[in-house]
Design a protein around this ligand. Structure first.
Ligand code: ARG
Ligand code: ZN
Length: 873
């Protein structure tokens, strides 16, 4: 049964305060909850009290205002506890539930990870701890007493500030009391109990308050938490400087756990993290891991204002906190590192995942209108497209009005559970602009396509741009209205001088396309200018331009927008690769790749270029990028071969340049995880990949040499990734050496699992099946599953889609098996099917068979059931 946005109703009851007493005691864990309830005057006057519950066991009778409630006065069903006639005035409801955290394999609610008691409540996990009004528009203050064995759980944490702690006389047990003065929805509740090491620090806020910071990790891993702490302090400062947001409690704690369904969780004052986003050392983590940690630490911290102080009215508004917070963490990274490089990698990610999602059976609006399982809506569309919508809003109204709108939003809605309409209203007021049409970005799914046609009238000196937009149909939305599309542009004259000429719509260097068709003229020009359009990817669209070859070459050289310099080369390379794919599948001749060789040579020769940017320029569009551009009848083998072939011609033509640059791009020891070093290391590995494109024994030696000489994980895994693509003895030696060096360290071995899962060879499926027996692999650890099984399904286009269907069948079997244990992790794996209909007929038929097999396997979770049925319709 679907939940619908249009059917939202305010809660009939409210909970103002909760007193919890949690006794952590293995399978005999007990949770006592006393909630201060009252009827909501805005609700239905005679409504019964219906509390949510999931997999709960009541222990003892319910009490209202201290008196046991007769059994006839309430009923307990699988998903609810109903009190048909509760008191009219405010009352206190007391109930006790009995839990076995170690048996909780869904990792939602209270569970154990390597012995540590921890919680995950978003979106609907609190109802697995106690019966509650488990919805984000019910905001309560909490006081939580936690009790546990002192030896087993010396550390006891919850939300808010610590109030008291002590021993329990005559026992080995102790307790701690935490109080959170900020009213919050239940999804932000958290508690942790365990034997953990602590890294301490402090932060003085802009108004001079001192906040104690703590990061809790497994013993022996404290020295891997330093970077996360540094990132936290930088995040706190940045939010003060850029958004005027100050932290509000006396303590801020982060706990890293090794079994976690998602990346991390922003529980008030007590963030719980997948340890992947906390732990790093030069020997174990790559530059990408470091920047992931920096981004996720910032993301969760920024939620304190965008998510916690102002939360969502209902789960349809998820993008209110997620899109906005992703936007904020992307801006943070851009300020900490290189802005253009951050933009390029964000857009790469957006296209690789969100554009794919938007073009297939799982497409949905940034704010969905109905769902059957909310966990399936923590998607690239809600998060990453949600962030693009915020960025477009800022572009449209300007930085100043945007900041005014944010200030107004914080002022007006602090302490509330808000909606997208309320959020957007703040920006209309701040900017004086009507944003009704802009709001279509929240309700219309699908990636808009904009076609741009230019023409030049020599006699009148007029340059004309004709624009045409269309949004493709998506599930449940056949026809679409024109969107508001902010296109940043610049016109260049000879030698790359920017021209400042008003266009006919007069908006500075911004065109706001809001009709299906539009025409813009620039008059009085001496010569045909060159147009740089959608600069910085100002609009999240598919742009099709008719730029002549000469203009492209000009932009590749002279555009002062680094993003568009990169884009021009990507577009040209994509076109050549698509032609190669067609040639490989027919008798057409292979396209001429001389222009690509020339462009790469020019980039390599440009010595002043930031190495990180050069690395991006030299990276070919991914297999997924090409599959998306091709769109239908996709043959992953042909795509793979076209890319390899282009790399080989680049190598044949530029070998000396590539080698010279590779050798000149070393980074002096010791390793520092800064952006400059990361850029050079990224470039080195991209060059290594090109240098070894022949995939012969000599290539293997070159990659192996980097592998053995590496003094940091980035260079080591970079080399191993390249080497793993080359069938050779050296590859197996290197893989074995890596495995014995990092035996027992699952987080590091995740990289090793994922690399092997992505080998584009026929033997890979058997290899993956063998690796599932590896002592460091476990189906119950989400990170391991994502690395090995997810790495195969989402990181190996040729083998996952094997024409014999074995790859699909393997995934299907594992999804069904995992679903019994952890539905969220099982459902995530199904993301690999988001483009199955675009495959060529043989593979498509096999994909469908596998999906049907899952659908028919019976007793599926709501999570998997929802995705499989959407995939098949
Ligand atoms: N709010 C978290 C974040 O984005 C994600 C939690 C998602 N959890 C879930 N079970 N779907 O930071
Ligand atoms: Zn988030």
């Amino acid at each position: 049964s679907a939940v619908k946005l249009s059917e939202y109703r305010v809660p009939d009851f409210l909970i103002d305060h909760v007193e919890m007493d949690v006794v952590l005691d293995g399978p005999a864990t007990r949770v006592s909850a006393r909630m201060s309830l009252r009827r909501n005057l805005q609700g239905r006057p005679d409504a019964p009290l219906i509390l949510d519950g999931d997999d709960l066991r009541l222990s003892g009778p319910l009490e209202i205002d201290g008196r046991a409630l007769p059994l006839s006065d309430y009923s307990v069903a699988a998903q609810s506890l109903v009190i048909p006639a509760p008191p009219e005035g405010p009352f206190e409801l007391h109930l006790v539930t009995a839990l076995d955290p170690a048996a909780n394999t869904k990792l939602m609610g209270l569970y154990r990870s390597s012995g540590t008691y921890c919680t995950q409540c978003e979106a609907e996990g609190f109802r697995r701890i106690t019966y509650f009004l488990d919805r984000p528009d019910v905001l309560a203050t909490y006081r939580v007493r936690i009790e546990a064995d002192r030896a087993e759980a010396p550390i006891l944490l919850s939300n808010g500030n610590p109030e008291s702690a002590g021993s329990i006389e005559g026992t080995d047990r102790h307790f701690a009391v935490w109080h959170d003065p900020f009213p919050k929805p239940s999804y932000l509740f958290a508690l942790v109990g365990g034997d953990l090491a602590q890294l301490k620090d402090s932060f003085r806020t802009m108004s001079g308050r001192d906040v104690e910071l703590g990061i809790y990790v497994e013993h022996g891993k404290q020295d891997r938490a330093g970077y996360a702490m540094d990132a936290l302090k930088r995040s706190m400062r940045w939010d003060e400087e850029k958004f005027g947001r100050e932290y509000d409690l006396d303590v801020f704690n982060i706990v890293a756990v090794s079994d976690f369904n998602m990346g991390a969780m922003e529980n008030k004052g007590l963030n719980v993290f997948n340890d992947k986003y906390v732990l790093a050392s030069s020997d174990t983590a790559t530059d990408a891991d470091y920047s992931g940690i920096e981004a996720v630490i910032a993301h969760e911290y920024f939620h304190n204002w965008t998510g916690n102080r102002i939360t969502c009215r209902d789960w349809f508004q998820l993008c209110l906190k997620e899109g906005l917070t992703v936007f904020r963490d992307q801006e943070f990274t851009a300020d900490m590192r290189s802005r253009p490089v951050e933009r390029i990698s964000d857009v790469r990610g957006l296209r690789a995942v969100q554009f794919m999602e938007d073009a297939g059976p799982f497409a949905h609006p940034v704010r969905p209108e109905s769902y059957r399982e909310i966990n399936n809506f923590y998607t690239a569309t809600v998060y990453e497209k949600g962030a693009e919508v915020i960025r477009m809003l800022k572009t449209l109204i300007g930085a100043e009005s945007f900041r005014k709108g944010m200030d107004l939003y914080f002022e007006r809605h602090d302490g509330q559970a808000a909606t997208i309409e309320q959020f957007i209203a703040c920006f209309s007021e701040a900017s004086g602009r009507n944003l009704d049409q802009f709001r279509l970005w929240y309700s219309q799914a699908g990636t808009p396509t904009v076609r741009a046609k230019t023409s030049w009238d020599e006699a009148g000196g007029t340059f004309t741009l004709e624009l045409e937009q269309a949004v493709p149909p998506t599930p449940g939305q056949d026809t679409k209205k024109p969107m508001v599309i902010p296109l940043a542009y610049r016109l260049f004259g000879e030698n790359g001088t920017p021209l400042s000429v008003e266009n006919s719509s007069g908006d500075g260097e911004l065109i706001v396309l809001s009709d299906a068709h539009s025409r813009i003229d620039w008059k009085g020009l001496p010569k045909r200018p060159v147009l740089s359009l959608n600069r910085g990817f100002s609009a999240a669209i598919n742009l099709q331009t008719d730029l002549p070859e000469a203009d492209r070459l000009f932009l590749a050289r002279h555009d002062d927008d680094a993003f568009n310099r990169w884009q021009v080369l990507q577009t040209a390379t994509t076109e050549v690769l698509i032609k190669s794919v067609h040639a490989l599948r027919s008798t057409e001749p292979m396209p001429d790749d001389a222009p690509q060789i020339e462009a790469f040579a020019a980039a390599l020769a440009h010595t002043a270029l930031d190495p990180a940017l050069l690395a991006q320029l030299l990276t070919l569009p991914s297999e997924a990028d090409l599959a998306r551009e091709i769109g239908r009848d996709v043959d992953p083998d042909a795509i793979y071969n076209a890319r390899l072939r282009l790399k080989q011609s680049l190598l044949a033509a530029l070998e000396d340049d590539l080698r010279a640059r590779y050798e000149a791009t070393s980074v002096p020891a010791p390793y520092v995880p800064d952006a400059a070093g990361a850029g050079r290391r990224a470039l080195r590995t991209v060059l290594l990949d090109l240098l070894t494109a022949r995939r012969d024994e000599r290539s293997a030696h070159i990659a192996y040499a980097q592998f053995v000489s590496a003094d940091n994980q980035t260079d080591r895994i970079g080399a191993l990734a390249v080497l793993s693509q080359i069938e050779s003895r050296l590859r197996e030696d290197a893989l074995d050496a890596f495995a014995s060096r990092f035996a027992g360290d699952g987080l590091v071995l995740d990289k090793w699992f994922a690399l092997q899962a992505s080998i584009p060879e026929a033997g890979t499926l058997e290899r993956v099946q063998r690796l599932m027996q590896h002592p460091d692999f476990s189906l119950s650890n989400p990170n391991r599953v994502r690395s090995l099984i997810g790495g195969f399904a989402s990181g190996n286009p040729t083998q996952f889609t094997r024409p014999d269907g074995q790859g699909f069948a393997f995934l299907a079997d594992n999804v069904v098996q995992l679903d019994r244990m952890n539905p969220q992790v099982a459902a995530r794996l199904l993301g690999a099917f988001r483009t199955w209909r675009a495959l060529e007929p043989v593979r498509r038929a096999e994909a469908e068979k596998a999906l049907r097999k899952i659908a028919e396997s019976g007793s599926l979770s709501a999570d998997v059931n929802d995705l499989v049925s959407r995939a098949l319709t």
